[in-house]
Write a protein that binds this ligand. Structure first.
Ligand code: N01
Length: 504
């Protein structure tokens, strides 16, 4: 391909420097696929763990497992690590990897268009130095499934005169001390931040649309002795990691095949409510009426006591509108506030980035997915979008275990693909429609009996067609097995242009 002025040729363009993008960079580097660039819109590595700084932000998956298998951390302070510790871990891993020289921060991907003639993705980015163009053989997207905040569509929200911000874009300049604050949403983010706010604000209104099942959090700090053992005997830490992994995986049959068994979790949830809340009416309001697991099961020892506190009201009447200084509910009650925190989640099944990726047939990924919902072969590659690899793609998220396991499985597959392309002299690889459809049909079949599909709730796992296009419907080791080799026979492939050898 002849060089276009102002355009940089690169083998791999990685989008995002979170857990996914960072793992891709490290593993490509190890595989001697060193011609890559990582484009990150934030100012540092860490992805969601750098951006989400709301008070109380912590992981709800044990950190022994919520870390790379190739970078164990003997220094985790406790079972469920706080946000800053996880971000610092990613920063350390990045520094030690020697790949940071290829990371470009404060730079957003504007759009990516497949050039079928050149067999390259033409990617435009915008950063401090303006707009830049790359011609990349592959795009490895690690832009995150929970990265684009979704603001609620409520009448009058734009007219609110006080401070307003999303949980994932916390405004630390706003002092909440003594203020009247409202939080909309009662998901994983809200249950972590509400107990923190309750301690500082004057009054807190928590707007709940649907209650979640919240079970106790078995939290504890690691002792100095344990940390020393982890440091000196990595095998001991691996054993603990394996134990956590096995424990979480052992729960899959209840989620996936025998949802009745989730009654045991509901019992734990009810006991947690009884322990944390004294008021019978409030207990009733926070008790879900659907099967546990249908929405993500949350863990907290602080949520119910916070709701029970004297300065907190749980509001369950639907929000009718927002005025300049208050929230008005359908029953006509107006509750004045100074600050509004929207903990209303993210765009998941219609990811905004898909609008900016245009494939082989000139259609955007958003247009393709709008027709039938998100779909990708093995959750990673997409018919019509050659050489695009989506980490944490459709049906790869988990309701029961650590996403890092999934990310590493996918990154392994991507590296195998890159090696196969080089070995076979391929310019493009694209999963066949048949392979992708068969994969999607099998996912749907396996999803049907699961609590994630049929648990009787509305959740962000489901798309506008009612299909669960987000979660992997089984054990994570089967996912890893499926992705253990790059199956070229399921791909349409084209040889690299004669004039150009791979990595020329
Ligand atoms: O978002 P959510 P989140 N009016 O979508 C409500 C991960 N995570 O940021 O249930 C009123 O779960 C909505 O109500 P309903 C984790 O995977 C992990 O809390 O749709 N309410 C719900 O209560 C998690 O699942 C950690 O009826 C409205 C809430 O807002 C995912 O991120 C920590 C509304 C949104 O909950 C998302 O969690 C935090 C409206 N118009 C997050 N729109 C860890 O610990 C929405 N809601 C690792």
């Amino acid at each position: 391909m002849s060089a276009t002025p102002g355009r940089s040729n690169v083998d791999h363009l990685i989008v995002g420097a979170g857990f996914a993008g960072l793992a891709a960079a490290i593993k490509l580097d190890e595989a001697a696929e060193r011609d890559f660039v990582v484009i990150e819109k934030d100012s540092d590595v860490g992805g969601t763990w750098h951006i989400n700084t709301y008070p109380g932000a912590e992981c709800d998956v044990p950190s022994q497992l919520y870390s790379y298998s190739f970078a164990l951390n003997p220094d985790w302070s406790k079972v469920y690590s706080p946000q800053r510790e996880i971000w610092e871990y990613t920063r350390k891993v990045a520094e030690e990897s020697g790949t940071l020289d290829r990371f470009v921060f404060d730079t957003a991907v504007l759009d990516a268009t497949w050039d079928d003639e050149a067999q390259r993705w033409i990617v435009r980015t915008e950063g401090p130095d303006g707009v830049k163009e790359y011609a990349a053989r592959t795009i490895i997207s690690g832009s995150g499934g929970l990265s684009e905040p979704r603001l609620p569509e409520i009448e009058g929200i734009d007219d609110f005169q006080g401070e307003i911000f999303h949980s994932a874009r916390w405004n630390h300049d706003v002092d909440l001390t003594g203020k009247r604050v409202a939080v909309i949403g009662t998901g994983a983010s809200a249950i972590q931040l509400v107990p923190e706010l309750q301690q500082v604000v004057g009054h807190l209104d928590v707007y709940q649309r649907t209650p979640n099942w919240v079970i106790p959090r078995n939290e504890r700090s690691f002792s100095d002795l344990e940390k020393t053992v982890f440091k000196r005997v990595p095998g001991a830490q691996r054993a603990l990691r394996a134990l956590v992994y096995a424990t979480l995986e052992s729960r899959v049959p209840a989620f996936a095949r025998f949802p009745q068994a989730m009654r045991a979790v509901e019992l734990q949830g009810r006991r947690n409510i009884a322990k944390g809340i004294t008021d019978p009416e409030l207990r009733r309001k926070v008790t879900p009426d659907y099967r546990a697991g249908c929405k993500r099961i949350l863990i907290s020892n602080k949520w119910y006591p916070a709701l029970d506190a004297g300065n907190v009201d749980l509001v369950t009447d639907p929000i009718a509108k927002i005025t300049g200084n208050a929230i008005v509910t359908a029953d006509g009650v107006e509750r004045p506030i100074d600050v509004l925190v929207v903990a209303t989640g993210f765009y998941v099944t219609e990811p905004p980035i898909a609008q900016h990726i245009t494939g082989r047939e000139g259609r955007t990924l958003a247009e393709v997915w709008d027709d039938g919902g998100m779909a990708a072969y093995k959750g990673t590659t997409i018919h019509g979008f050659p050489n695009l690899f989506q980490i944490v793609g459709p049906n790869t998220a988990l309701g029961h275990s650590s996403m890092i396991f999934i990310i590493e499985s996918q990154v392994r597959y991507v590296v195998e693909a890159a090696k196969a392309m080089r070995r076979e002299g391929l310019g493009s690889v694209e999963p066949t429609q048949v392979a992708q459809d068969a994969w999607t049909a099998e996912i749907r079949r396996r999803m049907r009996p699961t609590v994630w599909q049929t648990g009787g709730c509305a959740s962000w796992y489901l798309d506008k067609f009612g299909n669960n296009t987000t979660l992997w419907p089984g054990q994570t080791f089967t996912f890893r097995q499926h992705l253990s080799r790059f199956d070229l026979d399921r791909y349409d492939v084209r040889a690299v242009h004669q004039r150009e050898a791979v990595n020329a």
